[in-house]
Design a protein around this ligand. Sequence first.
Ligand code: ADP
Ligand code: MG
Ligand code: MG
Length: 876
Amino acid sequence: MSTQYIYSFNEGNKNMAAKLGGKGANLAEMTQLGLPVPAGFTITTDACIRYLNKDQQLWDSLKEDIKHHIQLVEQDLGKEFASVSNPLLFSVRSGAAISMPGMMDTVLNLGLNDETVKGLALSTNNERFALDSYRRFIQMFGDVVKGVSSDKFEKALETVKKEANATEDSELHINHLNTLIDEYKKIYENEVGCPFPTDPFDQLFQTVESIFKSWNNERARIYRNLHDIPHDLGTAVNVQSMVYGNMGDTSGTGVAFTRNPATGENDLYGEYLINAQGEDVVAGVRTPKDIHGLKEQMPDLYDEFKHIATKLETHYKNMQDIEFTIENGRLFILQTRNGKRTAQAAINIAVDMYDEKLISKEEALMLVDPHTLIQLLHPTFDEKVLENVPVLAKGLAASPGAVSGKIYFHSEDSVVASESGEKVIIVRQVTSPEDLAGMVAAEGILTAQGGMTSHAAVVSRGMGKCCVAGASQLLIDDELKTMRIGNRTFYEGDVISLDGSTGCVYEGALPCVEPTFTGKFKQFMDWVDEVRTLGVRANADTPKDTAAALNFGADGVGLCRTEHMFFNDERITAVREMILAHSLEERETALAKLLPFQEEDFYGMFLELDDLPITIRLLDPPLHEFLPHTEEETMQLAKHLGKSTDEVRDRMITLHEVNPMLGHRGCRLAVTYPEIYRMQTRAIIQAAIRAQAKGIDVKPEIMIPLVMDVKELKYVKDHVIAEAEMVLSEQNKEVEYHVGAMIEVPRAALLSNEIAEESDFFSFGTNDLSQMTFGFSRDDAGKFLAEYEEKGIIERSPFGAIDEHGVGELLQMSINRARSTKADLKCGICGEDGGDPASIAFFDKIGYTYVSCSPFRIPVARLAAAQSAVTNKNHN
Ligand code: ADP
Ligand code: MG
Ligand code: MG
């Protein structure tokens, strides 16, 4: 059977987004629901891929197929494409499976030329409208399909408006519009080098081709790289009959969310414009009206829209972002999709929808993107301070957060400043996809123009960045790079503060306060913990980090890196003394100085943790990492130790390694110097005894890093246990402790069945394990990994997200082998990927007991684990 490249709207449904794109699939679904959707059809993503892979030409049978589907629409509507009496016009809209900025913009009113425009005027009895549509079409086709700068058209428009003494486009009369159309055609011909295409079919085919091509434009590629979206999905093209919002005062167009996308409040939220076409609302050229205004202006239509909005929300079980157009008092729905929202709104909506009995608890959990939770963990401005700080300007609270930073006016400048370590706020009149790089680099976004659905607002919410939009007091001079507010002028590099939750802008930097976790957030996270089966622990090295992690809901500490306690003035000297020691005796003297410090640290962490478990990794890095870096430091150290500088230098030379990451580190240190691990064990057990005396049920898990063989593990472990038992018998106490292996060398993964015999638990150090499995040095891979991604050899860096295909296979095999020895061996993850939602789903699936990640990622990981539990349940 040959591939079906075109689907009429009444053939598809919402589950066909891969083929029809998100927009097309939802247009089909809404058509099936019986909603007023203008008729049309979708050319599939398969057609796009075929076009791009072959000779980049529309093939004849596809063209025939398009013509056939046009006929179907013609029959449906009783109009004819290219007709000079009653012409059918099309809107041609791109739409990939995942909504993506950077794809080609929509072309409206396609099918007009000098002849068909007369037909449109006659059939609608509205010549002004027909001409207005025509001039819009020439501009859009020129700008969107042929890349003619829209400034050129805007300038011509301004000139004609001035001549006509008109302030609004809608005040232009027929003769002005005729002049404008002639001007536009001239601009087109000058810029493109050939006359404006008059054949409607030619117009359509050219537009379809441009959409296909736009899949590979630079902006789209950047976005896909940023969001790990594959490059071979392709975009669909929707060809839809036009409905006209620009036919007069009973026509218009708008956008509305079924709930407030910033706060989650259950009330229609949106904007509309009378006598306008769709892109006018989002472009921020005219300032739109609040959707509630429609209630007075067109009460019946408002009710109908409200009814449809509720119907869509109930049907999709999700907050919807809906585009509509009113043609002579008739409502048409042009698009629906799940609305982008802030993390705050996402949580409130999920909890509210559950309370409204629209969705189940599991469905509620799936409504929040784990990545966005980070937004809620960040500080807000201190309200007490705000009371005494004047508001410099006020715009819309477009995306929450609190940022103080230096202002930059251009995307490139923002990128440069951010690369040199500045905290950047990008200030623009309005943003467009061209500003994307600057917005990615910035911490905050401020615009002078545009509403809650403007580009700046939508993109910021998507990226979880603070944004204040439409602060109309701002007078921005793009060229001079200044911003005037009242009589004040701000220059590039000046510091301001943005509050994206209130829309306020302040001068200078402001202090922040930590967030609290109450209300719906707490309710939601309680559900998360009810549902998830995977444990979530924190990587924490200090009592302070531990407290933060517990505040974020950690189940314990999964990785405490003891050496992080060594880098502090007093201690580092003792560490260096230990490293430079010549004899066991000297070493033990130095270690004895470290013991009380380590004991105090562990004790502090035990107190914070209360009854929760902690995995403590014994010393891991190569010793030379602790040695002085400068000549001066070396001399000082020698003096302090009462040794000669030469002697210290000689010892440092001996310690030098060619390849330290694969050198004398991890448990290899303890094979040479067991007394180091003995001191650490003593510190842990002594601290545990003290914590126990406070009524805490301590559960230290002592972890031996970089194990590669069971005999090696046994040798080191025997020392650890001997020391622990010695402490316990000295004090005549009992403490429940465990000793386990860190699995991060491929050989250990292979021999997991043997290593499990000597281990109470396994913890997988996926950073080192990925590094050694790939043979890529994490510190050097940056130099060549981009090349691999660019050339499609690997999809993304294996550091940060687990490589399921390769390293994942090793993990699965290791767990299986280990559990063939000990059926219920506890297995954890303590690499960077322990906080990555996709990796967490994988770890959960292959049987891990817990993941461990940095404190700020704890809520993200908890939600990812809960979503994984829901997904696994649905699959079983
Ligand atoms: P985007 O993906 O940027 O939202 P759309 O394809 O939704 O692009 O088109 C942008 C605007 O064009 C919409 O807001 C809508 O008002 C208008 N539009 C799209 N299709 C039609 C149509 N068939 N009739 C009238 N206006 C349309
Ligand atoms: Mg749209
Ligand atoms: Mg390691």
